[in-house]
Design a protein around this ligand. Sequence first.
Ligand SMILES: Nc1ncnc2c1ncn2[C@@H]1O[C@H](COP(=O)(O)OP(=O)(O)OP(=O)(O)O)[C@@H](O)[C@H]1O
Length: 242
Amino acid sequence: MSDYIIECHNLETAYVASLNRPILNKINCQIKQGEFVVLLGLNGAGKSTLLRSLVGLVPLIRGEVRINGVATNTRTISQTRRDVGMLFQGGGLIPQLSAIENVLCGKLGARTTWQTIFGFPKRDRLLALELLEQLGLRELAYQKTSRLSGGQQQRVAIARALIQSPQILLADEPTTGLDVIAAQQVMDTLAQLHSQQGITIVTVLHDLGIAAKYAQSAIVLDAGRIVYQGACDNLQEIVISH
Ligand SMILES: Nc1ncnc2c1ncn2[C@@H]1O[C@H](COP(=O)(O)OP(=O)(O)OP(=O)(O)O)[C@@H](O)[C@H]1O
């Protein structure tokens, strides 16, 4: 059994003429169970694409992603998506639905149409409420998410990702657009999930200060290649020198 919960072997996407290169170019990296990792790099470096490739959302022409030692393919993808929760850039909530309904959407992949046609089972609703409570949003459970602040919306998105009890949480720029306090609350929430529940966190960030404060290690991308993987010391120097 491998020591690593996430392994990327030689990932390569198709050549893109406008970039004059593949978006991901021979990506090799390993992430240990329980690590808190930040993905860094300039705009267009390939961070979001790498994150999405971990849950089979990016067509690869070469290479392999392994989650828990299991290669991701059409046969294993549903298990992978249960093991790996994803926070998309901007939250990706349905604004006209309430917070609890958005959280329940995280269960859609695990229930058949018949199991949800008359509403979600009571145990799912209780779990969704429990998660909203854990994230300090119990009072807002029945509020439309369009009426919540950016930070509250991001925490609803975290609850939605957590309803499947993932072992890994991927987050794409979870603090973008948030003020300093809300950004800190969201990062503190991720840190708590990491320290108290042992969830492996991989997050794209742009703020090097936030990255150094929360992450244990960094992966730095430049033009589709990994140029650094290691401790979060001297991040400024590492990112600027590439
Ligand atoms: N489907 C696609 N077809 C063509 N080019 C794409 C596609 N998806 C992404 N790209 C390009 O690939 C590059 C990497 O995109 P990606 O979103 O992964 O970068 P990023 O490092 O997350 O950038 P940012 O920090 O701006 O979010 C960008 O130049 C983008 O325009």
